[in-house]
Design a protein around this ligand. Structure first.
Ligand code: SAH
Length: 401
C-alpha cells in the first residue's frame, strides 16, 4: 500500500480524529500514487495513523476512510453505508419506505465526512437515489459504492449529480446523468411533511432540493397562521408553500431565478393551496428590501435564506456585511410582534459570529428583538464531533418586541 509520511508533530489533528491532511503537513509521499487511491498515513516515526484517499491536486491532500488498521474494500464501504442508513432509521421512522404520513420520502442518506465517507453525498428522493461525488477518493470507489447502494437500499435507480464547483479543486470534471437503472422523468414530486414538491433532478440546486431545511420549513408552517409573510430567496418555494399550508394571510416570495419561481408556483398548485394569497417577485433581494423600506411596507414574518455568501473563513468579512445588510433591512420591515427567520449556510461563518451579525443588524435598525429559537440542519445531516465543519446551516428565529 502506498504511504504518506507526515512531518514531525503534524499527526495531532489525526489523533483528534479530524479526517483531513493538508499538503503542508506531508513530509514524504510515495511516487505515482493514483488519484483517489488508498494510502497509509504514517506519523514521522512510521506509525500507522489512518488509511485515507489521496487527492494529488488538492490542498486537502488526503481524507481519512478509517482510523483502524482494516482493509478499505467493498465490505468496508458496505459497513459504512449500512451504519449511515441505520443512523437515519434511528432519527426518522423509516428511511427506506415511502411514508403516506409523517416525514415524507426525501432525506439525506449519506453526508460525507459526517458519516465517515468523505466526498460522498447520497440523497433519497422518493425511489431515486441521487449521488454526488466530490473528491478523488469518492470518485475512485464510485462504481463499487453505486452497486452497494442498490444492494443495501433495494432501490434500482441512481442519478449522479457530481457537478459541484469543488470538484475542480480535486482535478475532477463535472458528471451528471444516470448511474444505475432508468428514469421515466427527471421531474417528479416528493413528499415532505405531507406536502408535495416537484424536484428537478437535472437542474435543481445541490442534488435537487434543500433537504437540510426540512424541519425548519415545518417550523415556518407552524408559525405562519394569519401572518403577512415575506419569503426572501424563496427558490422553488419550500418556505412559501409551508407558510401557505400553515394558514398565512399572504406570502410574497422573492428570488432572482425565474426558473425557480415557475417551480414555486407549480408547488403551490400541486398542494391545492390558495394561489391568490401568493405573489412572486423576480428580483434582487438586496434591492427589493430597500424598495419596501422606502415604501413603508411591513410584514409579520420575514424569512431570509440566502445562498452561501462565505464558503470559507477567508470571505467571512465581506459575507458578514451582506448578512448584516439584509437582516438590518428585514428588522426595519418587521411589525412589532413580528418574526424574523434568518439563516446562513456559509461554512466560513460560525454560529457565534452569525448571532453577533444579527445583533448588530437589530442595533443599527433601532429595534428591540430577542432570539426565541436556534435552528440548524436536520438530523439527516448529522455532524461528526470530530468534524465540526459539517455544521454549516445556522438559523435564528427572532421576535421583534
Ligand atoms: N429557501 C429555499 C432555498 C434558498 S437557496 C428553500 O428552502 O428551498 C438560495 C436562493 O437564492 C436561490 O434560489 C437563488 O436563485 C437565490 N438568490 C441568490 N442571490 C439572490 C439575490 N441577490 N436576490 C434574490 N435571490 C437570490
Amino acid at each position: 500500500m502506498p504511504a504518506l509520511i507526515l512531518k514531525q508533530g503534524r499527526e495531532k489533528s489525526l489523533l483528534r480524529r479530524h479526517p483531513w491532511i493538508f499538503s503542508g503537513a506531508i513530509h514524504h509521499a510515495d511516487e505515482n500514487i493514483a488519484s483517489g487511491a488508498t494510502v497509509d498515513l504514517l506519523s514521522f516515526n512510521k506509525q500507522l495513523l489512518a488509511r485515507a484517499s489521496y487527492s494529488p491536486q488538492s490542498q486537502i491532500r488526503a481524507r481519512v476512510w478509517t482510523f483502524e488498521d482494516e482493509p478499505v474494500d467493498k465490505e468496508f464501504f458496505r459497513k459504512r453505508i449500512r451504519s449511515a442508513i441505520m443512523a437515519r432509521s434511528l432519527i426518522s421512522p423509516s428511511p427506506l419506505t415511502p411514508l403516506p404520513e409523517g416525514e415524507g420520502n426525501a432525506l439525506r442518506l449519506i453526508y460525507a465526512e459526517s458519516d465517515g465517507l468523505p466526498g460522498l453525498i447520497v440523497d433519497r428522493y422518493s425511489d431515486v437515489l441521487v449521488l454526488q461525488s466530490l473528491t478523488a477518493g469518492s470518485e475512485y470507489w464510485k462504481e463499487t459504492i453505486a452497486d452497494l447502494l442498490l444492494e443495501e437500499t433495494g432501490l434500482e435507480t441512481i442519478y449522479e449529480r457530481s457537478d459541484a464547483d469543488v470538484r475542480e479543486l480535486e482535478g475532477l470534471e463535472s458528471k451528471v446523468g444516470i448511474l444505475r437503472g432508468a428514469l421515466s422523468s427527471f421531474v417528479f414530486p416528493i413528499i415532505e411533511h405531507n406536502l408535495k414538491f416537484n424536484i428537478n433532478l437535472q437542474s435543481g440546486h445541490k442534488t435537487g432540493f434543500y433537504l437540510d431545511q426540512r424541519k425548519n420549513r415545518l417550523r415556518v408552517r407552524e408559525l405562519a397562521k394569519d401572518k403577512d409573510v415575506l419569503d426572501c430567496f424563496c427558490y422553488t418555494g419550500g418556505f412559501t408553500v409551508n407558510a401557505l399550508a400553515g394558514g398565512a394571510k399572504s406570502v410574497i416570495s422573492v428570488d432572482s431565478s425565474a426558473d425557480a419561481l415557475i417551480l414555486a408556483k407549480e408547488n403551490i398548485a400541486l398542494n391545492d393551496l390558495p394561489a391568490d394569497k401568493a405573489t412572486f417577485i423576480e428580483g434582487d433581494v438586496f434591492q427589493l428590501l430597500r424598495k419596501f423600506r422606502d415604501e413603508g411596507r411591513s410584514f409579520d414574518m420575514i424569512i431570509l435564506d440566502p445562498p452561501k455568501f462565505a464558503p470559507t473563513a477567508a470571505q467571512a468579512e465581506r459575507a458578514a456585511r451582506g448578512y448584516k445588510d439584509i437582516n438590518l433591512l428585514a428588522f426595519k420591515l418587521l411589525r412589532a410582534g413580528g418574526i424574523l427567520v434568518t439563516f446562513s449556510c456559509s461554512g466560513g461563518i460560525d454560529a457565534g459570529l452569525f448571532q453577533k451579525i444579527i445583533a448588530g443588524a437589530a442595533l443599527d435598525a433601532c429595534v428591540e428583538a430577542q432570539i426565541v429559537e436556534h435552528l440548524s440542519q436536520g438530523a439527516d445531516h448529522p455532524v461528526s464531533l470530530h468534524f465540526p465543519e459539517g455544521a454549516y446551516l445556522k438559523g435564528l428565529i427572532c421576535l421583534r418586541l
